[in-house]
Ligand binder design. Structure first.
Ligand code: ZN
Length: 413
């Protein structure tokens, strides 16, 4: 599928030293510095296109955009792949509820998403891949799991034995009880009769009456959720067999820690033998006015609605960056109002003839981001620079700071 248009990213001047990036790795349960490489592979799980982009999505894709920008600023090449789960139960259910064709619904929501990502100044993936277009790859991955003896049939559906991977559970670190609880909440079927282990994951659902299906050597049907990301990541990120890991970063919201990322990683390891991701990075969830933001509560804040009501997309980025990426954030109107004031103030300060020294603030932003994307610290440095500028300090180069804000934070004013 075509991603949104590529962006011009200004280069930092070579006098700014960009250190290695350290990130919290859910699998290691600690902050780790990524090894120095000239080329990183990053896979970020995409949307199921049945509802528009809300602030939770924006926070997730902003997080990985900041990582992408930082790795590039280090001088590395970043291969970035994202999928679209354009065939899945929630999409079919929504299409049926609304009396629309599921393909039409999916395309309309993908179009909205692409518009939102463009507005939010998110660097597009080199490969933006829908499951439907990747079906041959996904079928091939299911076949490889079968050949490896890691699957079994329940009726005409195919399940993956999670314990075929000796490291199952080591990326998410949840107790068996917790895994069972959230597996059911997040698309799993622990109580389905005939399963060998309640956590075993569906990899191929045989075609049901009235539902779409694709031909395969194991009968017409459609794939389970986790195998699609595994297949797309392994194909499009072209792992280096000499590396210990197939890819460098697997990303998504913290609701994907289990089962999704655990299952994709296990299935990938069963297919390749290689460990899947070096680092599992997760962004926090976004709530609204004290409540969890969710489709079922009907309190989603849509990015496209904010922007069409006149909100500056840079203010949305700024509001989200005022908070540590991995922590949950409670969104409020006053948060957005304050960030709009901050962005307007930043714009005015960058337009002045004389500004406070800029090298220090740029170096501080780089240092803050290198330490697990400490965006609140970066924003504090910018606010201090604004105060100094307003107090009459001089000696800086506004254009250079303006470019650095775009390079590192995606704030293009
Ligand atoms: Zn995924």
């Amino acid at each position: 599928m075509r991603a949104w248009p590529d962006l011009y990213i200004p280069q930092l001047h070579s006098r700014f030293q960009v250190p290695q990036l350290a990130l919290f790795n859910t699998s290691a349960q600690t902050i780790e510095t990524l090894p120095k490489k000239s080329h990183y592979r990053m896979y970020v799980c995409g949307i199921t296109p049945y509802d528009a982009t809300h602030l939770g999505h924006a926070a997730t894709y902003l997080t990985f955009d900041l990582i992408n920008r930082f790795l590039r600023a280090m001088g590395a090449k970043v291969d970035f792949v994202q999928n679209i789960t354009d065939i899945d139960d929630p999409l079919l259910e929504r299409a049926q509820r609304d009396g629309v064709d599921w393909k039409v619904l999916a395309q309309s929501q993908v179009d909205l998403f692409i518009g939102d990502m463009t507005d939010l100044h998110i660097i597009p993936p080199q490969n933006y891949i829908g499951v439907v277009e990747a079906m041959p790859l996904v079928i091939d991955a299911v076949q490889k799991l079968r050949d490896a003896g890691t699957t079994y049939e329940v009726g005409s559906d195919i399940y993956y034995r999670v314990h075929s991977d000796s490291e199952f559970g080591e990326r998410s670190h949840y107790s068996q009880e917790k895994m069972l609880e959230i597996f059911a909440e997040r698309g799993g079927d622990p109580k389905k009769p005939g399963k060998e282990d309640p956590l075993d994951a569906l990899v191929w659902l045989s075609q049901r009456e009235g539902e779409p299906g694709w031909p395969s050597p194991f009968g017409a049907g459609r794939p389970g959720w986790h195998i699609e990301c595994c297949a797309i990541a392994l194909h499009y990120l072209r792992p280096d067999a000499s590396d210990d890991y197939a890819i460098d970063i697997q990303g998504g919201g913290s609701d994907l820690i289990f089962p999704h990322h655990e299952m994709s990683a296990a299935q990938s390891r069963s297919i390749k033998g290689q460990k899947f991701a070096r680092s599992y990075v997760h962004s926090g969830m976004i709530g609204l006015d004290g409540e969890k933001m969710s489709k079922s509560l009907g309190n989603l804040v849509f990015v496209s609605k904010l922007i069409s009501s006149g909100v500056n997309p840079a203010a949305i980025r700024w509001a989200l960056m005022g908070h540590p990426y991995a922590a949950d954030l409670m969104w409020t109107d006053s948060l957005l109002a304050q960030s709009t004031i901050d962005i307007d103030r930043l714009q005015l300060n960058l337009a002045r003839m004389e500004v406070a020294p800029t090298d220090e603030v740029i170096a501080e932003i780089i240092a803050a981001l290198s330490q697990n994307l400490d965006t609140p610290r970066a924003l504090d440095a910018i606010k201090r620079w604004m105060q100094s500028t307003e107090a009459g300090a001089t000696g800086g180069v506004a254009g250079e700071l303006s470019r650095a804000l775009d390079t590192l934070l995606g704030i293009a004013l």
